[in-house]
Design a binder for this molecule. Structure first.
Ligand code: FHN
Length: 589
């Protein structure tokens, strides 16, 4: 293994302080033609669901170094454990994943309903999980394993009809050239290794770059690399981390010129579709690379609802597994993969080849749509099953030609009735599964959704505008859930604002907010406007982003009739404004 001293320390020092078969109506494999097809994204959009695999010599460490647990995600043990390069190199001769079985992994992904696999070819530690001729810091030269797992995965994916994709870290803590003075030579080295990956392992679906935040990397380097990759495999899809434009939510900026084909929100799902192609990547516990100590597993229900949520916003879901140093996917991961697959066995048509919901939000879950020829389908993903046997799709203005509940025993016809409030569906007392019950509607025409009723005063003369009912515009701002309640969060841009359509009697109103703010963000300015009247306020410290308090901002005059309530940043503005649960207008006179 190469002398790892200076570059790693340099890099670390500058390092910034995450079936059965499931029928699908369209092809799920990328084109291998010499020129990119008209729409190279088609297979990827239809696929909706993939497996992320973080696997490397860090898996052998499993979050422990010198007998002591190391904080942070497993694949960052070198950094968090402050392990000197020559000491970290000792992991390689220990790494002998004799239980690795590529076909078993691919079949587990396929049975889970996943259509593609993204595996780490090289993570930030620079260790190469394939037989590279450009380094000895790789699985053939540096370990007793002497097999090329990417080659074996390529064969298994081809046999099972799963698309193989590679994760590749731009940042490299090991390579002696990966430093400012020799960065252009390192870029040539990286291109050489990418050529190996894109010419020796068959058609690759996606190149998933990461580590782009390292300061030596520039947008120009990203554009150059994107073109290089596309010359090697014209149909390949490349994520936005080949460039430098992913914003705090990871979603690719919609600005023109952002290089890369899809946005990459990480460990979160955007509050609405990002208006571009995107994929949320998520761990099943809290670590990407294997850690013995991380047993904080998400439930299967949570994972199914994340998949539904991504699809309902027109995005993909990339769910991670972190295999052990012996080459085994942890049993809790396998259990969840199997259970998600069982759900998809019955409900996959509500996920694959669907497009986003026409509703900004639904009280009981979410929805996806599908157009087949001149037929329009709406799939309702119901998390909160009605207790009164009646499910309302609010503001839907198109009747259903048919309605059916998807169950293990086939689809069960349901009765539906269109009324002024929307489409009312008569449903059985219990849902067919605990994760997300799917109701399939074939609509009598194009989907029409009435705009939601404007907010109005309640019996106490108070108008309550909740975060989850806001129209959000501008970067980063999104709805999140803290302690079971929803709030507007990630208010890190002065250009972001939240608005609500309201209709209240003319009069004078006291304006209150229910907000949280850490000490360092206190004193930021914000403005609450109601039609042409506005009142300015300053955020007040509540001790934590999760500690909400109600504050009176001031008074505003409302003219009669429909108008808009808006909250936006004011002066001064620094880093993050506040977390906002709701705005209240209290009629004074
Ligand atoms: O630093 C990496 C991390 O180890 C992991 O690979 C995630 C997965 O997307 N990406 C980076 C953090 O954004």
């Amino acid at each position: 293994m190469k002398n790892l001293a200076a570059p790693i320390i340099t890099s670390l020092a500058i390092l910034l302080t995450g079936c059965a078969t499931h029928p699908i109506e369209s092809p799920t494999q990328p084109h291998s033609s010499a020129s990119a097809p008209a729409d190279k994204m088609a297979w990827w959009r239809d696929a909706r669901f993939g497996m992320f695999i973080h696997w490397g010599v860090y898996s052998e460490a499993a979050g422990v170094w010198d007998g002591k647990p190391v904080d942070g995600v497993g694949e960052w043990i070198m950094y968090h454990g402050k392990i000197p390069p020559d000491k970290y190199a000792a992991l390689a001769p220990r790494f002998s994943p004799v239980k690795f079985d590529a076909l078993q992994w691919v079949q587990a992904a396929k049975a889970a309903g996943m259509k593609y696999i993204v595996i780490t070819s090289k993570h930030h530690d620079g260790f190469c999980m394939w037989d590279s001729k450009l380094t000895t810091w790789d699985i053939i030269d540096a370990t007793p394993f002497k097999r090329d797992p990417l080659k074996e995965l390529a064969e298994a994916c081809k046999a099972e009809g799963i698309t193989l994709c590679f994760y590749h870290s731009i940042m490299d803590w090991s390579h002696p050239l990966a430093k400012k003075e020799t960065w252009s030579a390192y870029r040539e080295h990286m291109k050489g290794q990418l050529r190996e990956l894109l010419t020796n392992y068959g058609t690759i679906g996606v190149l998933w770059f990461d580590g782009e935040w390292t300061p030596e990397w520039t947008v120009e380097h990203g554009r150059d690399l994107y073109s290089y990759i596309r010359e090697l495999q014209p149909s390949i899809i490349v994520n936005d981390r080949v460039g430098k434009e992913r914003d705090v939510t990871g979603g690719m900026k919609s600005s023109q010129g952002a290089v890369g084909d899809f946005g990459t929100p990480e460990q979160e799902i955007p509050s609405t579709g990002l208006g571009v192609d995107w994929e949320s990547c998520m761990t099943m516990n809290d670590t990407w690379g294997f850690k013995h100590s991380d047993t904080n597993w998400k439930s299967t229900t949570t994972l199914v609802r994340m998949l539904s949520d991504c699809a309902s916003k027109g995005g993909n879901f990339l769910l991670n597994v972190g295999p052990t140093g012996l080459g085994e996917i942890p049993q809790p991961s396998l259990d969840r993969l199997r259970e998600v697959g069982e759900w998809l066995n019955i409900n996959s048509e509500a996920i694959y080849a669907t497009t986003a919901s026409p509703f900004r939000r639904l009280p009981w879950g979410c929805a996806t749509t599908k157009h087949l020829g001149n037929r329009t389908f709406l799939y309702l993903h119901v998390y909160d099953w009605p207790k009164d046997g009646r499910l309302l799709v609010p503001n839907l203005a198109t009747s259903a030609k048919s309605a059916a509940l998807l169950t293990a025993d086939g689809s069960k016809p349901l009765r539906s009735q269109l009324n002024n409030d929307g489409l009312a569906i008569t449903v059985p007392n219990t849902p067919p599964n605990p994760h997300a019950a799917i109701i399939k509607l074939e609509l009598a025409g194009e989907i029409k959704v009435k705009p939601p009723q404007p907010l109005s005063l309640n019996a106490q003369g108070i108008l309550l505008a909740h975060a989850q009912d806001a129209d959000i515009s501008g970067p980063s701002l999104k709805v999140e859930t803290i302690e079971g309640k929803q709030n507007l969060g990630f208010w890190t841009s002065k250009d972001a604002k939240a608005s609500w359509q309201i209709d209240v009697p003319q009069g004078r109103y006291k304006v209150w907010i229910d907000a949280a703010c850490i000490d360092s963000s206190a004193g930021n300015g914000f403005v609450v406007s109601v039609g042409n009247s506005s009142v300015a306020g300053k955020t007040r410290a509540t001790g934590a982003w999760s500690k909400f308090q109600k504050f009176e901002v001031g008074e505003a005059t409302c003219e009669r009739g429909p108008t808009t309530l808006v909250v936006r940043a004011g002066e001064p503005f620094s880093s993050a404004l506040m977390n906002l649960r709701s705005v209240e207008l209290r009629l004074v006179r």
